[in-house]
Design a protein around this ligand. Sequence first.
Ligand code: XIL
Length: 331
Amino acid sequence: PHPSSNLKDSASFPIGTAIRAHQLVKDSSIQAIVKKDFNSITLENGMKMYAVHHSENEYNWKHVDDVVHYAQQNNIRLHGHAFIWHSGTPRWINEMEPDSTALDKIMEDYILTYGKRYQGKVAGWDVVNEALLDSTGEFRKSIWYKTMGEGYIARAFELAHKADPGAVLFYNDFNIERDTVKLHSMLRMIEKLRAQNVPISGIGFQMHIRMDTDEKTIEYALKKAAETGLQIHLSEIDIIFNKHDDTPGGGIQIYDELTEEMLQAQADKYQWLAEAYIRNVPKQQRYGMTVWGFSDKHSWIPSFFDLNDWPCIYDENMNPKPAYYGFIKGL
Ligand code: XIL
């Protein structure tokens, strides 16, 4: 129904991409694509805790300032990723071995300082990222959980709300679209938080899916999440051919080469994902769909999982793939 020749004008909700801070200042071919196709950006790594909070009394805002400036200049929404994440926690915190009072103080200073500094400039924040485990849906035994107990989650949301009352505040995780135990655990956690008036306003599905991730399970998850009435963000989309688990290096190469059939199947899958989002998430809850990098050249998947793969909508030469047109069709 939308004959537009770019992503963002084909959609009735924001279309985002992850981007690396240096690419925005240095790489003009990337900037051109960002401007053409996207109206939302997420810094792939540059807003993580370790990237801004190098030591106890030290903050480094350079990259965040740059991306905020870029977003404002170009009228692009900025999504904040992420306040509290086990993998984003800087080493100095672990080395300090803080007790619960000390860690709470670190969290308070960090979220209030950070959130207030960019108040009104970050549309939404991934406040807590990946707090739950696969299969069991139990809390991940991160330093935050082990030190502060499950209350660290409510505390993070309260601080984020205090810092920037206008921002949409997300719980963000992976595999909740395919792991129904994890999904239900998350939904129970969110219900509990809301019963305590914790200011959570969105659910982020990372959506690092594979070509063979069960479609019915994904639709079920989106539908259940949407029933909460919260904003729903597909926050880190890529569609992967090969198998991988969630540990670095955990890739299993099945497809060595990319064929025409694979490209077409991936196009259909991107189309399907957009349609599934639209089908299951009511209009006013569509925070948007964000791809985790738009080109196979810069995708995190091959290096992180030690695989050859082609999960993105642009190829290694920065040309749109069939997946790009499939995505547009689905919007
Ligand atoms: C990834 C980045 O893409 C990589 O560059 C980095 O080496 C590791 O982190 N879930 C998240 C993202 O929430 O922050 C991760 O990003 C991918 C998984």
